[in-house]
Structure formats: C-alpha cells, structure tokens
Design a protein around this ligand. Structure first.
Ligand code: TIU
Length: 239
C-alpha cells in the first residue's frame, strides 16, 4: 500500500496578478508573495579551485561563472525581502547518514569522508563543506543540510516551504544535472512550480548543463520553466 500523500501547497485564495517572466517553454507566472529563492550547494568543495571537485580534475570555471549572477540575484532578492533558502550537500562526521549506494563507486578515487584538499570530503563542519564566501547566508535565511542529491530527501524543506506559504521556487546552484535536477524533479512532484535560471546554474560538463535545462522545459515544461536572471530581475518587486 502506498503511504499517505504529503500535503501539497494550498491554492491561492485571491490570486494576485502574476508578473510574466520570459521563459521556456512559456512565460513563467511569477508570484513574488509565494516564491522563494533556492540556491543549491554553492559550496567551496564544488566551486573553488582548491576544492574536491577541482581535485577530481574538473574545470571549476564552468561552475564559477554562476557566482556573479547568483550574487546579483541574491542582492535583489534580499532587497525585495523575499525568502532565501540555501542548501549544502554533506554528511555527519560519523557518516551515519551516508548510504552505501552513495558511498561506494567503482574506482580508487577519494570518497566522501576521506581527507580532501579542504578537509574531509562533504563532511559537515569541514572548510570545503562551507558555502562560498560570496554567497554567505544572512541571518534569517534558511540553510538546509542535505545528505542526498535532492533537497527534499531527509530534510525539512517541504515543511519549511509550506510554513512560509511558498508555491514557487526560483532555482540556482550546482550542478545542473545532479543536485539541481533531482531537486527540481521532486519539487514538481510535490506541487511546487520551479523556474530554473540558466546563468545561475552550472555543470562541470557544459553539454550536460544545456541538455539538463532542455529536459526541464521539454514536453510543455515537464519539470518546470527555464529562464535567466536578466529576465527575472525586472520582475522583482522593490521593497
Ligand atoms: N550538488 C551536486 O550536484 N552534487 C554533486 O555531487 N554533483 C556532481 O555533479 N557530482
């Protein structure tokens, strides 16, 4: 038997007039009063030249191009006094929350919990697990620690969104085809509309980034909408 369904966000009682943000596959009906900014895993180990991602041989410049647009968007979002939620991928120091399916990969490369260039890899409290300084959370902004790729698995994110009256998510972060995609797919199943920003998301593999975004907006927007910060910024209310 299936478990009881999770609660879904309630419909608007009186629906405000949405701002239409140019997007694929069609304009996104942006409702600022019901929208949060979700920044996924903008962590030092993924983005910094001396981090774990770089140590694996990845070109972090493909991720670092997201920093400036994320900073500009975050500044405007804060000025509009809308909710901001950051996520961090990582595990407890004793790794009790690291499933074998995630831990074990073929090959002899470093694994989660091993010593890395910025402390133990993807372990909470280690320097590499920190969010990059440019996007440090402000007081009052939620930081969701997640042991999985998706931001809903084993976290209070769904309950937090419901408590804030959120129905829509504007999504930035890394990497597009991994943690961003997993989160957006699940958000869609849970009843949240997602607008994914192409310049605020990135992958070590540019072709994956491009394809992952197409997969979101294909088939009439099967997982959500895709746009850019340049299209969204003019629609943000000024406080
Ligand atoms: N945050 C996130 O996407 N975690 C990853 O491990 N991504 C990779 O692309 N490996």
């Amino acid at each position: 038997m299936n478990p009881a369904p999770v609660p879904v966000p309630p419909p608007f009682l009186s629906r405000p007039q949405p701002a239409l943000v140019p997007a694929e596959p069609r304009a996104f009906p942006f409702e600022p009063s019901a929208c949060a900014l979700l920044l996924i895993d903008m962590q030092r180990d993924f983005l910094e030249p001396g981090g774990f991602g770089a140590a694996l041989g990845n070109d972090v410049s493909h991720l670092r191009r997201t920093i400036a647009p994320c900073v500009a968007l975050l500044r405007a979002w804060r000025a509009a006094r809308l909710p901001v939620i950051h996520t961090r991928e990582g595990h407890a120091p004793d790794l009790h929350d690291l499933r074998p399916a995630k831990k074990f990969r073929p090959g002899s490369g470093p694994r989660i919990g091993d010593p890395g260039p910025m402390g133990r890899i993807l372990v909470r409290g280690e320097p590499g697990h920190d969010l990059i300084a440019e996007l440090s959370p402000h007081a009052g902004e939620a930081v969701i620690d997640k042991p999985g790729k998706g931001a809903f698995y084993a976290t209070p994110l769904h309950e937090l969104l419901l408590s804030l009256g959120i129905r829509q998510l504007v999504v930035g972060g890394v990497t597009t085809e991994v943690c961003v995609h997993t989160t957006v797919r699940e958000a869609n199943d849970r009843g949240f509309d997602c607008l994914v920003l192409s310049d605020c998301t990135g992958s070590y593999f540019p072709e994956f980034h491009t394809t992952a975004l197409k997969m979101i907006s294909a088939q009439g927007g099967i997982f959500g909408w895709v746009s850019s910060s340049a299209h969204l910024l003019p629609a943000l209310p000024t406080a």
